[in-house]
Design a protein. Structure first.
Lengths: 496, 596, 289
């Protein structure tokens, strides 16, 4: 097991080798590994020839990423990069798994594509024990996408801009669907800035605390004519809302389905009744629809909605409600009732001739994080989560975790001593966007120049006032992982 | 390895140095090369885990206890979870977990052999003289009790036998153990296994060679592995540890595991109460064991041998270390054994006070750095032994038999002893006999013959009772004196030769207390893993304590029966399975009738 | 789509259990064979999501030509094996295991199954002597945080918690068996408190404990108050909300309140194991926490 992470995280401690990469240099490392695999003659030629396109161009493209150059950009010793490239290429099976350290960058999509290149070079995809897997941070990120909660997709990942797909849904739903893609989250905030978006319905999200560059996000939400928040808690976003719709908890108070990281559709079941005036989310939506003039929705059950989905979404067609119950979950695609579900994807690449379109290599440029380090902001801040807490803490601050350590700014011993600060000291932390007070902790495993914090306690430390709202143009995901900051001793500021 | 959590306690300089010396050339698990590259991981951890027990010894020796700082430092170097290391450290008698009361701990054997020799009073006397004295299970000095082991901080341990307040003081000031005593038969021409004991200089390879040493290794290398195993098979040699498994068959099983790393393990964890024969061989003729291990290892195709010796044998340990080093320096161990092109070397590991580690799979766990808990069998060591790899494990006496077999041929060996019990056997005579000590006799000698050879019973014509085979054996009485001591005859009589213990009791000895001490021994030495043994041994000891304190035997008989049944039938290993044997035999022979 | 590769079917072995011929696939244990035949067999230290340690010895059976009884949970079935599950020796040993345990450990919160088997074998722990006069593991419970209670006078030393904390699930190794013989016990290093140990509060130890030695603090407190009522509880299976793994949660609900969380051992996602958030992060589903 190799771990690539700017920090020697708990997972990295399990690894045989840990590479302490510089934040935001993932593409450089991937290109360096790719070049080494090619230069060492470790490419799976048979797979590449049959199942991919664009290899020659890609090989030329990454040729400049010698081990030396890769070391220069990523900070990781060339010999270790070489060792990892050889280990990956020669392993009988190999997987690349990642979490938000790959995706929360302005180059998030490109980061993923650069990893796909490695799997294509070596054939470590579409086979048992090999592949690429994003580890989802929430229980239904996948399910939200499955159900079409994306601005460019209908349920089952069918394109909004595909006339035939749209026609199918229009026929089933008896309504017309706008023919153009909608806005993603970042685009919505931009539209608020242009006053094109004036009404917002927020369901189960707390953008006041969770958006990068929080000051800016809050200012944009202030411009709305109306904001409706549907949530299980009175979050700081709900406090800003014109109308709050109290909802039942998805996992303990509602019947339905969720889809996990491995595309497994599983049942949630109500165990306890929702409190007070809170209502099932299906009811809330249906009641609103009724007020908007839809008279024939009624109050469907989760199972009825599922049955509505199945004929429209081919990858779900084989999953009957009864099967999901009985089998404890099924992995999509599952096109018919006899189909067992799919433990992995892309097996078609191993068919001869390859089933469907060959997989393309991607020639993508490496770009450093948008929020550049400078003399004024010399430290790189990256954010992450702690084991016992979840996102902005609204669900996890209700139990008393013995391992909770609270929010602190983790710094390397070298940086702390250069600044003359000690563990436990309160300091001022500033980025180009804002400034907050935090408590310093020393993490002996952190490399010089890197700082880390969680963001679970926004009322104690409003970390997202510091983070960068630079975002990926394709996914709209903000660059939470790379902010440039400075740390000042409080007394220095007073003296000045 | 996982995201371990270590403590804040700092090691002392001595602890750090001692642990570093153990970790040695392998180096710690976690290696950082600059700020950006760290090597660690499961395979590096696995390669080093077997250093945990030596590291704990190092901490104990450096500080006189397993201190939080020392344990933590060992854990950091080896990436062992502190809770697991604590579990290992608390498994052994010789590790202490609180700051030492004194620089030296004086362990006094109050077990069945030393008890009648005033051991209990000696503990009081030593305490009165200001020593930190503790009662100990059998220390393997039964021919010269009461036995004492002085465990020292920052210095080598000492054996004092027989021990007394003055003798202990002298030993500590001179830093010398009591010299080894020669076997009573020393110098007799009839000896095969003890021929050099008391004759050869145990610290000199040259003298060993001058007395015929290392001729067997030359012969074995010339024969080749298959022939050696054949001769051992023809000889009919069987294991002397108690189970009497045919040695040739065991070796063949391991040799057949081609293509896998194989191990030879010498079980020198002689801890059966009343047993000291292996100690005598190791102290007085250590090179013979090194040579025998080399023959066995090269025969089965092992490149690594492990000599696991009980921690209570400081003299034997020092002599074996010397012998191994001398053999290695002479090219008789190492990458090219005696110019044969074969690789074989020996790693000596010390136990730390745990009878259970004489059980072969517990011994493997102990070497591997885990608690000395026996494993379930099957699978057997031949295929899944040390580190899960094919392993031949033999005790000291079994191995030294290989020397005469190789030199004289299997057929000649098979002609000695009896047909089904060929060869000679070492007997450990202690208690009420005129000349206690280790004796070598051909199989087939009667118990009476053995007693006569030791000068007979002291103060009586016949013994009141004899503990045959050790605590895991059985009591016998005068009606068994003419029993031929062979595997087949003892088995037919429902007893066992065990480890060769012949411990003699007279009318004056308190048998109820002796039997209770046997039960107490098993209670203390149970590893605690399985219910029948963990709880059964303590319940058995409670019954015997009640009998001593006037309970009626009739009221307790059913419970003793059921305890014996569950321990014998349902325990994981031989400890629990035999924990009721001696007690039951005492009951059956009426030795408990006289309970006061 | 991708077909799931199926391993070649394992060959069958044929053995005799209590006079009946039984065929099971190679690699099955005697216990598997017994269950396949509907022969009820007691277990304590065995769990389907843990490696067998065969330490409790309550599942022992008699195998022809074996000197001693063998643990059915760990011993593989072999061709031609002749097994008795109800011989006099088996009955005696099973009864004695229960008597030995019950004489030294509080079994009042063990499962109903344990109590049924004790009746079945006629176990009478009082034969061992007055509990006040014989060795027991009696001791006060360890309450060191708001999530766990470790009540070691109920510990039968089945090693399940150690396995779940270590190699079989969590790889945290916060606890291990320490000491020896009857003094063997589950402990952190130097018996430091759980919050000072490596414990990450996954609760997987609680999930596998068969005797109520390791419990949620909620359960402990309700038992102390006398309000714990399993008859009045219902269990709903749902999916944890805190990440994308998709662990199944069994929410135990009494009076419309979640009182503890378990996870089904036979579910392929995590085989009954959870993390701190899944096990204890449910308080937000309760108005007063």
């Amino acid at each position: 097991m190799w771990a690539v992470d700017p920090r020697r995280s708990a997972s990295a401690k399990f690894a045989d080798v840990w590479l302490g990469i510089d934040v935001g240099t993932d593409i450089a490392l991937a290109h360096g590994v790719a070049r080494e695999i090619i230069a060492a003659g470790l490419v799976n030629r048979e797979f590449v020839d049959r199942a991919t396109t664009g290899f020659d161009e890609f090989a030329d493209y990454v040729d400049e990423w010698t081990l030396e150059r890769t070391e220069e950009v990523t900070g990781v010793p060339a010999a270790a990069i070489r060792e990892m490239a050889h280990a990956y290429a020669t392993a009988p099976t190999a997987q690349i798994l990642w979490t938000l350290g790959i995706t929360e960058h302005h180059t998030g999509v490109d980061n993923v594509l650069s990893l796909c290149n490695l799997a294509l070079l070596t054939g470590h995809v579409g086979r048992w024990g090999s592949g690429l897997c994003p580890l989802r941070g929430q229980n239904n990120v996948q399910g939200g996408g499955d159900m079409g909660a994306l601005p460019n997709k209908l349920p089952g990942f069918q394109d909004v801009e595909d006339d035939a797909a749209r026609a199918k849904f229009e026929a089933a739903w008896g309504t017309s669907i706008p023919a153009a893609n909608g806005w993603n989250l970042t685009q919505m905030f931009e539209a608020m800035g242009r006053d094109e978006l004036k009404a917002l319905w927020v369901i189960g999200e707390n953008p006041v605390d969770s958006e990068a560059d929080a000051n800016h996000a809050r200012a944009l939400m202030e411009r709305l004519d109306v904001m409706v928040v549907q949530d299980v808690f009175m979050t700081r976003t709900a406090e800003m809302a014109d109308v709050v719709l109290p909802a039942a908890l998805g996992w303990a108070e509602s019947d339905g389905t969720v889809t996990n990281s491995e595309r497994r559709v599983q049942r949630t079941r109500a165990a306890v009744p929702p409190p007070g005036q809170a209502r099932q989310e299906i009811d809330i939506v249906a009641a609103l629809a009724e007020h908007m003039g839809a008279t024939d929705w009624g109050r469907p059950t989760a199972e009825e909605l599922w049955d509505e989905l199945r004929p429209l979404s081919p990858m779900h067609t084989g999953m009957s409600w009864a099967r999901i119950e009985e089998e404890g979950g099924i992995q999509w695609p599952c096109p018919e009732e006899e189909h067992p579900g799919s433990p992995f994807l892309h097996g078609r690449l191993w068919e001869n001739p390859v089933g469907g379109r060959p997989a393309p290599f991607s020639c993508i440029p490496w770009q450093p994080p948008v929020d550049e380090l400078s003399e004024e902001f010399p430290l790189r801040l990256t954010t992450g989560r702690a084991l016992d807490s979840y996102n902005t803490g609204v669900q996890t601050d209700k139990y008393n975790s013995p391992i909770r350590t609270g929010e602190a700014l983790d710094m390397s011993a070298a940086d702390a001593s250069a600044l003359g600060v000690e563990a436990g000291e309160r300091v001022q932390v500033s980025s180009r966007r804002g400034s907050i007070e935090m408590t310093v902790a020393i993490d002996a495993t952190l490399q010089k120049g890197l700082a880390f914090t969680t963001f679970h306690f926004p009322e104690l430390a409003d970390v997202n006032k510091l983070t960068s709202d630079a975002h990926d143009p394709k996914a709209g995901t903000a660059e939470f992982k790379a902010a440039a900051i400075r740390v000042d001793k409080l007394e220095t500021l007073v003296d000045a | 390895m996982p995201d371990l959590r270590f403590g804040d306690a700092e090691p002392t300089a001595a602890e750090r140095e001692a642990v570093d010396a153990v970790v040695g050339d392998l180096g710690p698990v976690v290696v950082a090369e600059g700020e950006r590259l760290v090597y660690a991981g499961h395979s590096r951890t696995r390669e080093r885990r077997h250093l945990l027990l030596p590291a704990l010894h190092a901490v104990q020796r450096a500080s006189g206890w397993i201190s939080p700082g020392g344990l933590d430092y060992a854990c950091r170097q080896l990436e062992v979870p502190p809770a697991e290391a604590w579990g290992v450290a608390t498994f052994y008698h010789l590790f202490t977990h609180e700051p030492p009361e004194a620089a030296d701990t004086v362990h006094v054997c109050d077990d069945v052999a030393c008890r009648p020799l005033g051991a209990v009073g000696l503990i009081d006397d030593l305490r009165a003289a200001g020593h930190h004295a503790k009662a100990s299970p059998c220390l393997g000095q039964c021919e010269r009790g009461p036995a004492v082991l002085v465990q020292r901080t920052g210095d080598a341990d000492l054996t004092v036998a027989p021990g007394g307040v003055d003798e202990v003081a002298v030993a500590i000031s001179s830093r010398d153990s009591t010299p080894s005593t020669p076997a009573p038969q020393a110098g007799s021409p009839d000896l095969a296994l003890l021929a050099r004991v008391g004759v050869v200089d145990p610290e000199s390879l040259d003298d060993y060679r001058a007395h015929g040493g290392y001729t067997a290794l030359g012969a074995a290398l010339a024969m080749g592995p298959d022939r050696v195993i054949e001769e051992v098979t023809t000889a009919g040699l069987s294991g002397r540890g108690g189970a009497a498994f045919p040695t040739g068959l065991k070796w063949r099983g391991v040799a057949d595991q081609q293509g896998r790393p194989r191990h030879l393990v010498c079980n020198a964890d002689e801890s059966e109460p009343g047993t000291f024969k292996d100690r005598v061989v190791m102290e007085s003729d250590p090179f013979s064991l090194v040579e025998a291990m080399t023959i066995a290892g090269t025969a089965i195709g092992a490149e690594q041998g492990w000599l696991y010796i009980r921690g209570e044998y400081p003299v034997a340990t020092a002599r074996l270390r010397n012998a191994i080093d001398a053999a290695r320096a002479a090219g008789l161990l190492g990458d090219d054994v005696a110019g044969s092109g074969r690789r074989f070397d020996i790693d000596l590991r010390s136990g730390a006070g745990a009878y259970i580690c004489g059980e072969e799979t517990a011994l493997f766990n102990s070497i591997e750095g885990f608690r000395g808990e026996p494993r379930n069998k099957p699978p057997f060591p031949t295929t899944h032994g040390l580190f899960g790899e094919p392993t031949a494990i033999n005790n000291v006496e079994t191995l030294v038999n290989v020397l005469p077999i190789v030199l004289g041929g299997g057929a000649a060996y098979a002609a000695t002893g009896t047909e089904r019990s060929p060869g000679t056997r070492l007997f450990c005579l202690s208690g009420r006999v005129a000349s206690p000590g280790v004796y070598e006799h051909e199989f087939g000698i009667t118990l009476r013959g053995v007693l006569e050879a030791a000068g007979g019973v002291v103060g009586a014509d016949e013994p009141h009772a004899v503990l045959l085979g050790g605590a895991a054996g059985f009591f016998v009485r005068s009606e068994q004196l003419d029993l031929p001591l062979t595997l087949e005859d003892t088995r037919a009589a429902g007893v066992s030769l065990g480890s060769g213990v012949v411990m003699v009791f007279g009318e004056e000895d308190d048998m109820v207390d002796t039997v209770r001490r046997v039960a107490e021994f098993f209670r203390d030495e149970s590893c605690g893993q399985c219910v029948p043994c963990r709880v059964g041994t303590i319940r058995q000891e409670e019954v015997l304590a009640r009998l001593r304190d006037d309970a009626s035997l009739d009221d307790e008989r059913d419970l003793l029966d059921d305890l014996a049944a569950v321990m014998r039938d349902a325990s994981i290993c031989g400890l629990g399975q035999t924990a009721a044997g001696a007690v039951r035999s005492a009951l059956d022979l009426g030795l408990l009738e006289g309970s006061r | 789509m991708n077909d799931v590769p199926v391993a070649a079917p394992r060959p069958l072995v044929e053995l005799t259990i209590d006079g009946q011929t039984v065929r099971v696939s190679e690699g099955s244990t005697i216990l598997d064979a017994c269950r396949q035949e509907g022969i009820n067999t007691p277990t304590l230290c065995w769990a389907e999501n843990l490696t067998p340690v065969n330490v409790c010895r309550v599942c022992v059976v008699e195998v022809e030509n074996s000197r001693v009884l063998v643990p059915s949970c760990a011993r593989q079935a072999e061709d031609g094996m002749v097994v008795s599950t109800d011989s006099e020796r088996v009955r005696t040993s099973r009864r004695m295991v229960y008597e030995l345990l019950a004489s030294s450990v509080e079994l009042d919160r063990a499962s109903a199954e344990v109590k049924d088997w004790m009746v079945h074998y006629g176990a009478d722990p009082s034969r061992m002597g007055d509990k006040a006069e014989i060795a027991t593991v009696a001791q006060p419970p360890k309450v060191q945080d708001d999530l766990y209670v470790r009540d070691y006078e109920r510990c039968i030393l089945c090693y399940k918690c150690v396995e779940a904390c270590g190699e079989d699930a969590q790889h945290t190794f916060a606890i291990a068996t320490a000491g020896r013989g009857f003094g063997a016990h589950i402990s952190t290093e130097f018996d430091v408190s759980l919050p000072d140990s490596a414990c990450v509060y996954c609760g997987n130890c609680i999930g596998v404990c068969p005797t109520g030695a390791l419990v949620f603090k909620t359960e402990h407190d309700m038992r102390e108050e006398g309000t714990w009522d399993e008859e009045a509880q219902h269990v709903s299976t749902t999916v944890c909300t805190f990440c994308g793994v998709g662990c199944n949660l069994e929410l135990h609900v009494q009076d419309e309140r979640i009182v503890k969380v378990t996870s089904p051992a036979d579910h392929s996602v995590t085989h009954g194991h959870l993390c701190i958030k899944g096990r204890f992060g449910w308080r937000h589903a309760q108005p007063d926490g």
